[in-house]
Design a protein around this ligand. Structure first.
Ligand code: ATP
Ligand code: MG
Length: 834
C-alpha cells in the first residue's frame, strides 16, 4: 500500500510520500519538487508538468493551465464565462452542459472534460511518486480547497479514478496544513485542557483560505473556515499586466491584448517582477526583447507603486480573518499562532496585513509550498494500515449549510436543514419518514449567498420501493444522510421498518423484536461511527448528535408512534431500500470507464513516443560524440578510407530531413549500422589505452618471481624451506612468460594503430593470471613453524613478556613493498592480481 499525498494546486502541484525516515516531498524528473499544473497537447503525444509549461507560448492554443477551478462547473457558469476570455486555449460546452477543453491532439481536434485533464496531471504526479518509491502507487490523499462544493469534489474524485488512483480522502487544503502543523507538536494541551487555537492562512495562485483549528494532544478540530475564492497571486499579476498593457500600449503603440502570445509573455514577466518585488523595494526594470512586432519594450516598477495599485486586493485580506474569529467566537487574544503558507503570503504587504490584524508576528514554521502535500501524505499514513503513525484525529467541518427538501404525502413542500454551517464532518444522521410510496429528497445548499458557486442544488435522491404497511397505513422509513470523508453529502442508505401483527394467542415476542431492530439500526450507526472515528473523534456533543434521529416528516407526526404500540403485539423487520441518485454534474459510470480506458491509451502513446524520441536522440548523440572524437582521441585509429566520417555526415543531414520523423525501429537500425563502423575504431582506442598497463603489470610480476628465484639460489633464509623442483618450475614459467610478452610487444610496436591489435589487453591479463596461478602457491608457501621449548612459551608472571624474546624468531627484516615476495608466515604480500 502506497502512502502518498498530492497537493493539486492551481499553478503548482507537490507530491509527498511516507518513507521509513518520515514524510518527504519528492522531486520530478527535472529534480524539481514543484510540478506545474500544465498539459500540452501535441501531434504525437502529451507533455505534462514542466515539459508542458515550456510550451505555454510556443504551443499556446493547445497548452492547458488554470483549469483547477472548472471542476464541477457548467459551461454557462458565470465564473467559466469570465475566465474563458483570458485563456489562450478554447473552452467548449460538452453535451452534458459541463465545461470542456478543446485541443489539437494527435492531429485531431479533441474535447476533453476537466476530469480528464486533471486525470492527466494526476497521472504525472502518480508517476513522480512511483519513481520516488520505486513501486506502483494507487492509494493516496488529494487536497482540495476548503470551499469546494460537492460537485467540485465529486469531479476531482472522478479525476483520481481516471488516473488509476484510489483516493482515500479528499482533504481540505487548510486542514492538511493544520495536520502538518499539529502532528509533530509535542507540547499540545492535554485532552481535558483548554485547546490551543491556531489560525492557518493559505494564499495561493487562485484563492485565499483561512481556517482556525483547536488542538489538543492527539487531535485537531477545525472550528471555522473563511475564504475569498478569487483572491490569489494571479490577481496581483493581473494588476501588473494591466499596468504594462496600458504603459506599453501608449509608449510603443501596441495592442498587447490582441496577441495572446505577447500577453502570455507579459504575464510571465509580471509574475517574475512581482516575486522580485517581494525581496526588493527599489526600482526594478521590466524589459522584454522582441516583445511584439519586433519591438523591445522596457519600463520600471517598484514595491510602493505596486502596493498602491493593489490596495483593493489588499483590502480583501482582512475580512476572512475577521470572519473565522467571529464564527468560532474567539478573540484575537485566544489565538496562539498564525501560520501562513501559499506562495502569495510571500508578498510583504500581505504578511503585514495578517500580522497587523492579529497584533502578532505571523509564523512561517511550515514550508509555504509543501505543507499541503505533506499534510496529505500524513493523512494517508494515518489511514494506511502499512504505516505506524502517532494517533491523531481530525474533525473537519462543512463550510455551507445543507438542507433537504421533499414533498410530504399531502403534496406540501417541506424542508429541513440537516447539516448547519460548520457542522463537524465526516458525520451521519438518521432521519425518519412515514410514507406509503417512493419519495424524493432534494439536497441543496440552503445559503446560496455564501456559496461561491451558482447552483445551490446538490442532488436528488429517490428512495424507492416504499410500500404501505399491510393495514394500509404509512410505513416508517429510516434514511441515513451522510457527509463522507471527502466532505461530500449523500443519502447513504434507507430502510423500511415493516410491522407484522400477531394474534393474541401467539407468543408475545414483539417488543423484544422491535427493540432488536431498533438496536440493529443503532449498531449500524455505531459501526458507521467507528469507521469514521478512525479519522475523527467528534466531541461529546457531536457524538450525541450523530446518534440523533430526526422526525423529519413533521406533517406525519400523527403517525409518529408505532401504529401497533397500544397492543404491543408486533414484530418488526427492516428492509433495505434502493436509492437512485441524480447528482449534479456527475459523470456516468460508462463514461468514466471510457475515460479510464482513454487515459490508458494516452499513457501508452506517450510511452511509445518517448521511446521513439529516445531512439532518435541516441542516433543524434552518437553522431555528435563520434564526430567530436574522430577529430581528437580517435584520430590515430582511423584508417585512410574515411567512410565512417562520411557516414556520420550523411546521418546528420538525414536527421534534419527524411530522418526527422521516423518510427523507432528505423533509428535503432541506423544506430546499429553506424556502430558497425564505429565500434572497431572505438575498440582500437580502448585497447591502446589498456594495453600498456596490462604489459606493465605482467612485467612487474615476472620481475618479482625472478627476484624470488634469485634469492632462493642465493640461499636466502626466507626461501630455504622451498622445494628445488618447485622453484625450477617458477623459473621456467617466468622465462616463458617473458618471452611471450617480449614477442607480443615487438609485434604490436610494429603494427599500425589503424589495424586491430595483435594482442588484446584481456589476453595479457589472462597470461598474468595463469603465471600467478602456477607461481604464487610456490613462492608464497608458508615457512614451517618453529616449535619453541615448552617453558619458553610460557611467560613468567613476575617478569612479564620478555623483551626481544617473544618475536617470530627469524630476525629478517620484511622486504619492501614491490620487492621479491618473501616466505615468512606473517609478512608475505599477496601476489594474486585478481
Ligand atoms: P492554489 O492554492 O490557489 O490552488 P497554488 O497552490 O498553485 O494555487 P501556490 O503555489 O501556493 O499556489 O502559490 C503560487 C503563487 O504564489 C503564484 O501566484 C506565485 O506568483 C506566488 N509567489 C510565489 N513566490 C512568491 C514571492 N516570492 N512573492 C510573491 N508571490 C509569490
Ligand atoms: Mg495551494
Amino acid at each position: 500500500m502506497s502512502v502518498v499525498g498530492i497537493d493539486l494546486g492551481f499553478q503548482s502541484c507537490y507530491v509527498a510520500v511516507a518513507r521509513a525516515g518520515g514524510i518527504e516531498t519528492v522531486a520530478n524528473e527535472y529534480s524539481d519538487r514543484c510540478t506545474p499544473a500544465c498539459i500540452s497537447f501535441g501531434p504525437k503525444n502529451r507533455s505534462i508538468g514542466a515539459a508542458a509549461k515550456s510550451q505555454v507560448i510556443s504551443n499556446a492554443k493547445n497548452t492547458v493551465q488554470s483549469f483547477k477551478r472548472f471542476h464541477g462547473r457548467a459551461f454557462s457558469d458565470p465564473f467559466v464565462q469570465a475566465e474563458k476570455e483570458s485563456l489562450a486555449y478554447e473552452l467548449v460546452q460538452l453535451p452534458t452542459g459541463s465545461t470542456g477543453i478543446k485541443a489539437m491532439y494527435m492531429e485531431e481536434e479533441r474535447n476533453f472534460t476537466i476530469e480528464q485533464v486533471t486525470g492527466m496531471l494526476l497521472t504525472k504526479l502518480k508517476e513522480t511518486a512511483e519513481n520516488a518509491l520505486k513501486k506502483p502507487v494507487v492509494d493516496c490523499v488529494v487536497s482540495v480547497p476548503c470551499f469546494y462544493t460537492d460537485a467540485e469534489r465529486r469531479s476531482v474524485m472522478d479525476a483520481t479514478q481516471i488516473a488509476g488512483l484510489n483516493c482515500l480522502r479528499l482533504i481540505n487544503e487548510t486542514t492538511a496544513v493544520a495536520l502538518a502543523y499539529g502532528i509533530y507538536k509535542q507540547d499540545l494541551p492535554a485532552f481535558e485542557e483548554k485547546p490551543r487555537n491556531v489560525v492557518f492562512v493559505d494564499m495561493g495562485h487562485s484563492a485565499y483560505q483561512v481556517s482556525v483549528c483547536a488542538f489538543n494532544k492527539g487531535k485537531l478540530k477545525v472550528l471555522a473556515t473563511a475564504f475569498d475564492t478569487t483572491l490569489g497571486g494571479r490577481k496581483f499579476d493581473e494588476v501588473l499586466v494591466e499596468y504594462f498593457c496600458e504603459e506599453f500600449g501608449k509608449k510603443y503603440k501596441l495592442d498587447i491584448k490582441s496577441k495572446i502570445r505577447a500577453l502570455l509573455r507579459l504575464y510571465q514577466e509580471c509574475e517574475r517582477l512581482k516575486k522580485l518585488m517581494s525581496a526588493n523595494a527599489s526600482d526594478l526594470p521590466m524589459n522584454i526583447e522582441c516583445f511584439m512586432n519586433d519591438i523591445d519594450v522596457s519600463g520600471t516598477m517598484n514595491r510602493s507603486k505596486f502596493l498602491e495599485m493593489c490596495e483593493g486586493l489588499l483590502a480583501r485580506v482582512e475580512p476572512p480573518l475577521r470572519s473565522v474569529l467571529e464564527q468560532a467566537r474567539l478573540k484575537k487574544e485566544d489565538i496562539h499562532a498564525v501560520e501562513i503558507v501559499g506562495g502569495t503570503t510571500r508578498i510583504p504587504a500581505v504578511k503585514e496585513k495578517i500580522s497587523k490584524f492579529f497584533g502578532k508576528e505571523v509564523s512561517t514554521t511550515l514550508n509555504a509550498d509543501e505543507a499541503v502535500a505533506r499534510g496529505c501524505a500524513l493523512q494517508c499514513a494515518i489511514l494506511s494500515p502499512a504505516f505506524k503513525v502517532r494517533e491523531f484525529s481530525i474533525t473537519d467541518l462543512i463550510p455551507y449549510p445543507i438542507s433537504l427538501r421533499w414533498n410530504s404525502p399531502e403534496e406540501a413542500l417541506s424542508d429541513c436543514e440537516v447539516f448547519p454551517k460548520n457542522h463537524p464532518a465526516p458525520f451521519s444522521k438518521v432521519l425518519t419518514f412515514y410514507r406509503k410510496e417512493p419519495f424524493t429528497l432534494e439536497a441543496y445548499y440552503s445559503s446560496p449567498k455564501e456559496l461561491p458557486y451558482p447552483d445551490p442544488a446538490i442532488a436528488h435522491f429517490l428512495v424507492q420501493k416504499v410500500t404501505p404497511q399491510t393495514d394500509g397505513s404509512s410505513s416508517k422509513v429510516k434514511v441515513k444522510v451522510r457527509i463522507n470523508i471527502h466532505g461530500i453529502f449523500s443519502v447513504s442508505s434507507a430502510s423500511l421498518v415493516e410491522v407484522h401483527k400477531f394474534d393474541e394467542n401467539e407468543e408475545p415476542m414483539e417488543t423484544d423484536q422491535h427493540a432488536k431492530e431498533e438496536e440493529k439500526m443503532q449498531v449500524d450507526e455505531e459501526q458507521q461511527k467507528a469507521e469514521e472515528q478512525q479519522q475523527t473523534q467528534p466531541e461529546n456533543k457531536a457524538e450525541s448528535e450523530e446518534m440523533e434521529t430526526c422526525q423529519a416528516d413533521s406533517k406525519d407526526k400523527k403517525v409518529d408512534q408505532p401504529p401497533q404500540a397500544k397492543k404491543a403485539k408486533v414484530k418488526t423487520t427492516t428492509v433495505d431500500l434502493p436509492i437512485e441518485n441524480q447528482l449534479v454534474w456527475q459523470i456516468g459510470k460508462d463514461m468514466l470507464n471510457l475515460f479510464i480506458e482513454n487515459e490508458g491509451k494516452m499513457i501508452m502513446q506517450d510511452k511509445l513516443e518517448k521511446e521513439r524520441n529516445d531512439a532518435k536522440n541516441a542516433v543524434e548523440e552518437y553522431v555528435y560524440e563520434m564526430r567530436d572524437k574522430l577529430c581528437s582521441v580517435y584520430e590515430k585509429f582511423v584508417s585512410e578510407d574515411n567512410s565512417f566520417t562520411l557516414k556520420l555526415e550523411d546521418t546528420e543531414n538525414w536527421l534534419y530531413e527524411d530522418g526527422e520523423d521516423q518510427p523507432k525501429q528505423i533509428y535503432i537500425d541506423k544506430l546499429a549500422e553506424l556502430k558497425t563502423l564505429g565500434q572497431p575504431i572505438q575498440a582500437r582506442f580502448q585497447e591502446s589505452e589498456e594495453r600498456p598497463k596490462a604489459f606493465e603489470d605482467l612485467g612487474k610480476q615476472i620481475q618479482q618471481y625472478m627476484k624470488a628465484v634469485h634469492a632462493f639460489k642465493a640461499k636466502d633464509e626466507l626461501y630455504e624451506h622451498l622445494d628445488e623442483a618447485d622453484v625450477a618450475k617458477v623459473e621456467k614459467s617466468t622465462n616463458e612468460a617473458m618471452e611471450w610478452m617480449n614477442n607480443n610487444l615487438n609485434l604490436q610496436n610494429k603494427r599500425s594503430l589503424t589495424l586491430d591489435p595483435v594482442i588484446k589487453a584481456k589476453d595479457i591479463q589472462s597470461k598474468a593470471k595463469e603465471l600467478a596461478s602456477i607461481c604464487n602457491p610456490i613462492v608464497n608457501k608458508p615457512k614451517p613453524k618453529v616449535e619453541l621449548p615448552k617453558e619458553e612459551q610460557k611467560p613468567t608472571e613476575a617478569n612479564g613478556p620478555l623483551d626481544g624474546q617473544g618475536d617470530t624468531g627469524s630476525g629478517t627484516q620484511p622486504p619492501e613493498q614491490g620487492s621479491a615476495p618473501t616466505a615468512t608466515d606473517k609478512k608475505l604480500p599477496e601476489m594474486d592480481i585478481d
